[in-house]
Design a protein around this ligand. Structure first.
Ligand code: ZN
Length: 239
C-alpha cells in the first residue's frame, strides 16, 4: 500500500511540531547543563515526552532505543517533524492475546497474521519493533531511518518499523504483510530472519534507564491512551 503518499499532512500536526520545537529550544539550556555533549538529544527527549505523555520506551533493546532517540532528534531539529511511539515492547502474553483475538475476529490464524503475529514470532516481543505516529513522522522515518538502521517492514503497516543493525543502512525487501515469510525464516529462529549476520555497530548513547523486564505493556487497542483526542492517524493494529 502507498498510503503515506495519499494522506495529506494535517495542520494540527504541524502546529504540534512547531510548539514542540519551541519547547525543545527553551529546554536546551537546562539540557546543556545536564549533559553538555548531548543537549539537543536530551531537550528533544524532554519535549517529546510532553507531546506524547502516554508513550513508553521501556523494554526496547538498548540499540533500538538509542537509534530511535537519535532518529527523532534529527527529525525534530533538522526537519521539524515529530515522531511519537504508539507501541514498542510487548509482553509475550499480551502479544499472544492480541493474536488470538485477531484470529477469532477474522476467523483463522492465517487471516490474523495479516496484521498480528503470535508472540513467538513478534519483533515487538523482542524489543526491536516500533509503531510510530503521526503519519508525517512515519514518512520521515521511512525516508531517513536507514541511517539509524530503522526500517519500515510491511506494505500494509505504515507505522511499523524495526531496528536491524545487521543491515548497515541497506533496507530489507519490504513484505506485503506480517504473515509473509522471508526466505530462510523459521519461527524457531526469529532473530535471524532475512538478515545476513554481521557485527553490531558501535552502540549509540542512550538517554533512558537500563532495559528491564516488564510484566505488562501497552498496546494500542487496549491500554495506550491517545495524547490528544480524535487522533485519527493512530495505527489500527500492529504485528
Ligand atoms: Zn508493529
Amino acid at each position: 500500500m502507498n498510503e503515506p503518499r495519499t494522506i495529506p499532512p494535517r495542520l494540527r500536526d504541524r502546529l504540534y511540531a512547531a510548539l514542540t520545537l519551541v519547547l525543545a529550544a527553551l529546554l536546551l539550556p537546562a539540557a546543556f547543563a545536564r549533559r553538555p555533549g548531548h543537549a539537543r538529544e536530551l531537550a528533544c527527549h524532554w519535549a517529546l515526552a510532553l507531546r506524547f505523555p502516554a508513550e513508553d520506551l521501556t523494554g526496547l533493546t538498548d540499540g533500538t532505543r538509542a537509534a530511535f532517540s537519535a532518529a527523532r532528534t534529527e527529525a525534530l531539529w533538522r526537519h521539524r517533524q515529530l515522531i511519537g511511539l504508539t507501541s514498542g515492547y510487548r509482553d509475550p502474553a499480551v502479544q499472544q492475546r492480541m493474536f488470538e483475538e485477531e484470529a477469532r475476529r477474522r476467523g483463522s490464524a492465517t487471516a490474523a497474521r495479516m496484521l498480528v503475529l503470535p508472540a513467538a514470532e513478534s519483533p515487538h516481543v523482542r524489543g526491536i519493533a516500533l509503531d510510530v505516529r503521526p503519519h508525517e513522522g512515519a514518512r520521515w522515518l521511512e525516508e531517513h531511518g536507514a541511517r539509524y538502521d530503522l526500517y519500515r517492514i510491511y506494505d500494509n503497516e505504515w507505522w511499523h518499523f524495526e531496528h536491524h543493525p545487521q543491515r548497515r543502512g541497506t533496507p530489507p525487501r519490504r513484505l506485503a504483510h506480517p504473515g509473509e515469510r522471508r526466505t530462510g525464516w523459521t519461527p524457531a529462529t526469529p532473530a535471524t530472519y532475512d538478515l545476513e549476520p554481521a557485527a553490531e555497530k558501535t552502540p549509540r548513547p542512550r538517554l533512558g534507564p537500563p532495559r528491564r523486564e516488564r510484566t505488562t505493556c501497552p498496546n494500542e487497542r487496549s491500554t495506550a491512551a491517545p495524547s490528544s483526542p480524535g487522533d485519527r492517524q493512530r495505527p489500527r493494529a500492529a504485528s
